[in-house]
Design a protein. Structure first.
Length: 340
C-alpha cells in the first residue's frame, strides 16, 4: 500500500497529465495542537476536488473556497491559519493552534516521477523547493531526516523512513506486512523454508530466503528499524533475535507465550548477551486487545510497535495468570543454542 503523501503526489501528477490546473499545499510549521504535522500534503483541483489533508477539514474547506472564487497562486506562497483564538475556532484548530502552509502550482511533474520511482525502489529522497524562485531539486536523504523549512527552502523527505523485518512468512506475517505498509513501513520478510517462500505474494514487500540472522546483519538495522519473529522455530528466531538485540533497532519482539519467552531468554543468555540487551526483547508481543484472529493479533503487535516508536508507556499489556507464573518458576529447563 502507498502512504498518503505518495497518493497525493500520484493524483497531482495524473490530474496535471490530464491538463487540469493543480495546486499542492504543504504544512510547513505548526504551533499548539495542530492536527497535521509539518510535511503533510494536499493536492487541490480548480473545481475544488482534493486529495490528502492538512487539517481536520475546515482549513481544507477554506482552501477550496479560495480556489473556486479565483484566488489561484502562480508561485509558491505562504498561508497562515489560526493566529487568533477566533480564527482557531473558525478553522477547527484547537484553541491557540496555528498552522502555516505553502501553496504552489504544479507545473512540470518530472520531480514527482523521480520521487515515486525512488519510493518504489525503497530509496529515500528529499524534494527541495526554493520558495523565492519556485525551483525544485531532488536530493538523496537519510533515514533519520525530518521535514525542514528555513523561511526560504522547504526540504521534504519521501520514502520508507521506517523498516519492519518480519522473521517468518506465515499467515500472520502476511497480515502484518499489509498493515505495516499502510503505516508507512518498508517491510522485509525473511524465511528460508521453501514451503513458505514459494507461496509469499504480498505486493511491495521485499522477500529474503537467506537465514534470518544473516538478513539482520546485512540490513544494518538502525534506530528506525523494528524486528518481529513469528516462526516459533528457535533455529530461525533465536539467532536473528541475538543479532537484532545488539543492534540500534528501536523494537525487537517475538511471538510466544510467557513460558516460551522465558525459555527463549534463557537460551539467549548462553550467547553471553548482556542482561540489558535481553531486557530489550518484547514478548509476549502485542497489546492486550483480546485478539484472536491473525488480523486482530497483527493490530495488537503493530499498536505496540507504534507505542514504542512514539515513546508511549505499554500500559495495555495482558497481566500474567497464576498458572502461567507457576509454570515460569518451575520450568527451569535450558535448551541448547540452535545450530546454524
Amino acid at each position: 500500500m502507498d502512504s498518503l503523501d505518495l497518493l497525493v503526489l500520484k493524483q497531482a501528477r495524473d490530474w496535471t497529465a490530464a491538463g487540469r490546473p493543480v495546486w499542492l499545499v504543504t504544512v510547513i510549521e505548526t504551533w499548539g495542537s495542530a492536527p497535521r504535522p509539518p510535511g503533510a500534503l494536499l493536492a487541490l483541483l480548480d473545481d475544488g476536488q482534493v486529495v490528502g489533508s492538512v487539517s481536520g477539514g475546515c482549513v481544507e474547506d477554506d482552501l477550496i473556497e479560495r480556489v473556486r472564487t479565483g484566488e489561484r497562486v502562480s508561485h509558491p506562497s505562504q498561508i497562515t491559519y489560526g493566529v487568533s483564538k477566533e480564527e482557531a475556532a473558525r478553522f477547527g484548530l484547537p484553541c491557540g493552534g496555528t498552522l502555516r502552509l505553502v501553496q504552489e502550482p504544479v507545473g512540470a511533474t518530472d520531480w514527482i516521477d523521480e520521487v515515486l520511482d525512488s519510493a518504489a525502489r525503497h530509496q529515500l529522497v528529499a524534494r527541495v523547493l526554493d520558495l523565492d524562485t519556485g525551483a525544485t531539486t531532488i536530493e538523496q536523504a537519510g533515514r533519520g531526516e525530518a521535514f525542514s523549512f528555513d523561511g526560504h527552502r522547504m526540504r521534504q523527505v519521501f520514502g520508507p523512513r521506517w523498516r519492519l523485518l518480519v522473521i517468518g512468512a506465515g499467515q500472520l506475517s502476511r497480515t502484518l506486512a499489509e498493515m505495516a505498509q499502510a503505516l508507512d513501513f518498508e517491510v522485509i520478510v525473511c524465511d528460508p523454508r521453501e514451503e513458505y517462500s514459494a507461496t509469499w505474494a504480498v505486493p511491495n514487500t521485499l522477500f529474503r530466503s537467506d537465514m534470518p540472522d544473516d538478513a539482520v546483519l546485512d540490513l544494518q538495522l538502525d534506530p528506525h528499524s523494528a524486528v518481529v519473529a513469528v516462526t516459533h522455530d528457535p533455529k530461525l528466531d533465536d539467532l536473528a533475535l541475538l543479532e537484532a538485540l545488539q543492534s540500534p533497532a528501536f523494537y525487537v519482539g517475538a511471538l510466544g507465550s510467557r513460558r516460551n519467552t522465558a525459555a527463549r531468554k534463557e537460551r539467549l543468555k548462553l550467547f553471553d548477551l548482556s542482561d540489558d540487551a535481553i531486557a530489550r526483547l518484547h514478548g509476549p508481543i502485542g497489546l492486550d486487545l483480546g485478539s484472536k484472529t491473525p488480523a486482530e493479533i497483527a493490530v495488537s503487535v503493530l499498536a505496540e510497535i507504534i507505542a514504542v516508536r512514539n515513546g508511549i508507556a505499554l500500559v495495555q499489556k495482558k497481566p500474567p495468570q497464576q498458572d502461567e507464573l507457576a509454570a515460569e518458576t518451575t520450568d527451569t529447563c535450558v535448551i541448547a543454542p540452535p545450530s546454524h
